[in-house]
Design a protein around this ligand. Structure first.
Ligand SMILES: Cc1ncc(COP(=O)(O)O)c(C=O)c1O
Length: 463
């Protein structure tokens, strides 16, 4: 049996080894079968003798074959009845994974950033500087984190957030930080109130750790205060600057009432300030943490929407007198490489971050305005939307007799990937009656936005 070797991106010896290994495990070649001599096989395959020797050596070390003196290589007796089952399982998993990667010309289904305006030259410069003094050691022994100083300054200047180096924890993504939080609070807290609808990855860690999760509806002013006041809980998760996915912001009078609720209940508010950087018609909304006088807010921020999600840098600012002794668990949050922190620190200190933010605000504002113009051109109130000039998404309500599934399918048939807002609801019965989809415009080219919207309208309304 001669192997087939045709994978360009894999080493030749690995392909020979893999071929025989699979043939032996699947019983295509049986016990005592003799493998071709290394010279014959090298000639057949047109590869070097050493390549075959290396593959044979690996098979021998792992016990698939035995080299019998002067006779050759023989297949060993191997009990592989479970192997077939496992490999079938692997294929099923692989199939499932590939099914979720759908190709579409435009992806409006998740928050993607505009890549064309990233200051790559400046980033490269900072990354070179960071490389000059890169640390080889565990970060816990590093002492000062280079990113903390510029980040604390930025948080104070732009978000009115008060942070100190001890209370600022940096980790690779909001979800990771929330997972950590759910872990360290699991012994002292048992119930969390979440917004309904809510970003599923934010509530998931709390569900996984067995917290009671209580959804409270979001209206035009954010979380419904009347319902909130009836609830008791130790934790409340909020996106006050730009509620995800509805886009609404919580006005200051409601913020103050939410803070009093937290004080009364001795509850912590997890303020997820995602997308706070982008407000197009008014000034930035100051953070809830900056208003808090009772030390009840845990502030969560990320570089995902204003810089790049692939960077995986997010952070938490804990209250001054946090009830949990978190210091002994903070090593679990040091998931961002030192090199990345250093690069980002330079990027901020050199003023590139501020400049980038300013530029992206103008770019996304233009895109937002184009979305609204495009939506206004769709006749007959077929698509309604929350006009909340902020963030990188608009929630669209489709006024048609279509199910969520049909809405997604019809959009995909036209090459556009959308997410139904139904996915954001904790309780199925709270899902909106009319289908709603999230229109994430961040990565859609400015000159394509109107076309994408009119194509969607076509998909949903022409029968
Ligand atoms: C509410 C909310 N928070 C945070 C994030 C970003 O999370 P991360 O920092 O893990 O990229 C998102 C992304 O869509 C989000 O919707």
């Amino acid at each position: 049996m001669i192997p087939t070797i045709h994978q360009k991106d894999r080493l030749l010896y690995e392909q020979i080894y893999e071929f025989y290994k699979n043939a032996i495990l699947s019983k295509r070649i049986s016990h005592r079968h003799k493998l071709p001599s290394h010279r014959t096989l090298a000639k057949e395959l047109g590869v070097g003798i050493n390549t075959v020797l290396k593959a044979y050596e690996q098979l021998t070390i792992e016990g698939y074959v035995t080299n019998e003196h002067r006779k050759g290589l023989f297949v060993n007796m191997i009990d592989s009845k479970d192997w077939q089952v496992q490999s079938n399982k692997k294929q099923r998993v692989q199939k499932k994974n590939t099914q979720t990667t759908i190709k579409a010309a435009f992806n409006t289904s998740m928050q993607l950033v505009d890549e064309n305006h990233f200051p790559i030259r400046q980033w490269r410069k900072c990354s070179n500087w960071a490389m000059d003094k890169v640390s080889f050691q565990y970060q816990e022994y590093e002492g000062e984190d280079p990113l903390k100083k510029p980040l604390i300054q930025y948080l104070l200047n732009y978000r009115g957030v008060h942070a100190t180096p001890e209370r600022l924890l940096i980790g690779s993504g909001t979800s990771v930080m929330l997972f950590w939080l759910a872990f360290i609070l699991r012994k002292s807290c048992s119930k969390i109130i979440v917004e309904e609808p809510c970003y599923p990855r934010s509530r998931l860690p709390f569900q996984e750790f067995g917290y009671e999760v209580k959804p409270v509806t979001v209206d035009h002013d954010g979380i419904d205060l009347k319902s909130l006041k009836k609830e008791k809980a130790n934790l409340l998760y909020l996106t006050p600057s730009h509620q995800y996915p509805t886009g609404v912001a919580i006005p200051v009078s409601n913020r103050l009432q939410i803070l009093s609720w937290a004080k009364k209940n001795r509850a912590y508010i997890i303020e997820d300030d995602f997308d706070c950087e982008f407000r197009y018609k008014t000034k930035l909304m100051p953070s809830l943490q900056g208003l808090d006088q009772s030390d009840r807010v845990i502030y969560a921020g990320t570089f995902s929407s204003a810089l790049m999600p692939s960077l995986r840098v997010a952070y938490l600012v804990l209250p001054e007198n946090f009830s949990v002794d978190y210091q002994s668990y903070r090593y679990l949050t040091t998931t961002v490489p030192y090199f990345t922190r250093k690069t980002l620190a330079w990027f901020m200190e050199e003023g590139y971050w501020e400049r980038h933010l300013k530029k992206m605000r103008t770019i996304y504002k233009k895109k937002y305005d184009t979305c609204i113009d495009g939506l206004k051109k769709i006749p007959g109130n077929k698509i309604s939307y929350n006009n909340t000039p902020s963030g990188l998404n608009i929630l669209l309500r489709i006024n048609a007799r279509l199910s969520e599934r049909e809405v997604i399918k019809r959009a995909l048939d036209k090459g556009i990937l959308v997410t139904a807002a139904g996915e954001f609801y904790f309780n199925k019965e709270n899902r909106p009656r009319q289908p709603e989809v999230l229109f994430e415009f961040g990565s859609i080219p400015q000159d394509k936005i109107e076309k994408v919207l009119s194509t969607l309208a076509d998909a949903w309304f022409s029968s």
